[in-house]
Design a binder for this molecule. Structure first.
Ligand SMILES: Cc1cc2nc3c(=O)[nH]c(=O)nc-3n(C[C@H](O)[C@H](O)[C@H](O)COP(=O)(O)OP(=O)(O)OC[C@H]3O[C@@H](n4cnc5c(N)ncnc54)[C@H](O)[C@@H]3O)c2cc1C
Length: 465
């Protein structure tokens, strides 16, 4: 259904996240101007609203099935840039891709970036995204100045670590539930070249991989390990550590040194349709894991690699989420403290093997200190696993939740599609503090998402499952 409501074009459409599970049908609108966003928030026509960026969060945090989902990616004006400091001010819908298009050729890079550049500034802040440099530079929230937020009352406020600091903290990682991020300031970092010096270090088992991460994290800004979830027995947890640092001009061969900021984005491919029955099934995933490990082992050593394929390898395949077929997939990402990391990782990997589950993309990384409130990272190890949605999967993941919780860990809200409200509260002990701020700025729960409803984030009480 398409129609004009309060002067705005609104349509009923299928709503989903990047994992394509769960899905819902709901009203949406795509404002072109901030004045239209104000109208949507102020309008009594919709019981509740939620801003959405490019929908790159995986589960159900970026849509509102009962009110109106506000697709905010067209609010993408660049407001100002100070080349003496790197401070950029932009509307929330500006994408990381657009920031790179504009600033990479001028010698500036993002201070923190997730594994895709197809995210908006506001969406990335609302999830407080982390990158390969979290152990050193923290999450995105640490690199933000002021945020202009549209509140449920229609009032617009500026908040930062100094002004309204509690609202600022609650908004970073606050999953769009404190208001609409209209503008934000982000400090870009200077770079000399568009190349990365990469080191590839294979490890035959989990202990060697963790030892490599700990040894190199203190020295190298970017580090992430790919893990072979198919390997068992004495090879359990084998993987490849990928380290990176920005190359200087002196690192480039003479053929590139004359144009050090030239971008090399790599060849692109597209998944044009839903893979029937899912291209990524246990057999293909197993084959991929073994082959990938052997290939990476052969690449061991140092090389120069273009910045964008290094940070965004998945962006080279448009619509890769369709490879899982129509039922979709979930990305299960948890963090556990360093002290309990080894035993939890072994337990989780063994449980997956026992269940006959293999993950296509499994990433292990160390986090530095966290940001607080609902922000996901804290000091420890994070593991990311992808699973196609199949019968019995959620019961198995409930079991993993128990392990993660016992180890003092938590799941990432930006990837979550299924955890229970009780698990959420136990994993996020600062939730009551966050809810107090939410109640002050949104007493009638104007901002709601499918996830906030599922996790009962509008109430202090722990509902029974
Ligand atoms: C291939 C891939 C790799 C990824 N790698 C990483 C990674 O390495 N690290 C990491 O942390 N994450 C990672 N992610 C997750 C992704 O970076 C985050 O979910 C990101 O926030 C999505 O941005 P978006 O603009 O698509 O936001 P959406 O998914 O559209 O929305 C995410 C949240 O932001 C809120 N929001 C959006 N716009 C606004 C606004 N204007 N005002 C207030 N709230 C708003 C929404 O309500 C929602 O709660 C990855 C995702 C993919 C698909």
């Amino acid at each position: 259904m398409t129609g004009i409501q309060d002067g705005l074009l609104a349509e009923t459409r299928k709503l989903e996240g990047w994992g394509r599970y769960p899905t819902a049908s709901g009203l949406s609108t795509r404002p072109e101007k901030i004045s239209a966003v104000r109208e949507v928030v102020a309008s009594g026509r919709w019981t509740s609203v939620l801003a959405r960026g490019l929908g790159r969060s995986y589960g159900d945090p970026a849509f509102n099935p009962e009110g109106c989902t506000l697709f905010a990616e067209r609010l993408d004006r660049l407001v100002s840039f100070d080349p003496s400091s790197g401070w950029l001010r932009a509307e929330g819908g500006l994408t990381f891709r657009a920031i790179l298009d504009l600033f990479l050729p001028r010698g500036w890079f993002l201070p923190v970036t997730p594994g895709t550049r197809h995210v908006t500034l506001a969406g990335a802040l609302a999830c407080d995204v982390h990158g390969k440099n979290h152990h050193r530079d923290g999450s995105l929230g640490r690199h933000v100045g002021r945020i202009r937020l549209l509140l449920a009352s229609g009032e617009e406020v500026e908040c930062s670590a100094q002004e309204l600091p509690e609202l600022f903290q609650a908004t970073i990682g606050g999953m769009g539930l404190t208001g609409v991020i209209l503008e934000a300031e982000l400090r870009l970092r200077p770079i000399q070249t568009a190349m990365i010096r990469q080191q590839v270090k294979p490890a035959g088992d989990l202990d060697s991989l963790m030892a490599l991460l700990e040894e190199h994290d203190t020295r190298v800004p970017y580090s992430v390990a790919w893990l072979d979830t198919v390997a068992e027995g004495r090879n359990l947890g084998r993987g490849v550590l990928l380290l990176g640092d920005h190359a200087g001009i002196a690192d480039l061969p003479s053929s590139q040194a004359g144009n050090p900021l030239r971008r090399r984005t790599g060849l692109r491919a597209t998944v044009p349709f839903d893979a029937p029955g899912g291209l990524l099934n246990p057999t293909t995933i197993r084959a991929f894991n073994s082959t990938y490990f052997s290939l990476q082992k052969r690449k061991a050593g140092e090389s120069l690699i273009a910045l964008e394929p290094y940070f965004y390898p998945l962006d080279l395949v448009d619509g890769w989420n369709r490879m899982y077929g129509r039922s979709g997939f979930v990305q299960y990402q948890f963090v556990v403290p360093t002290e309990t990391a080894r035993s939890t990782l072994v337990g989780v990997l063994e449980a997956c093997a026992h269940q006959g589950l293999a993950s296509f993309l499994s990433v292990l990384k160390r986090f530095g200190p966290g940001f607080g409130n609902l922000s996901f990272p804290f000091e420890g190890y994070t593991l990311t696993l992808d699973f196609p949605v199949t019968p019995g999967l959620f019961e198995f993941l409930d079991e993993l939740d128990r392990r993660v919780l016992e180890a003092g860990g938590r799941l990432y809200l930006a990837k979550d599609a299924r955890m229970s409200p009780a698990t959420f509260r136990a994993m996020y002990p600062e939730f009551p503090r966050w809810l107090e701020v939410k109640r002050q700025v949104d007493p009638h729960d104007r901002f709601r998402s499918a996830q906030s409803i599922r996790l009962a984030m509008h109430s202090q009480e722990v509902p029974s499952r």
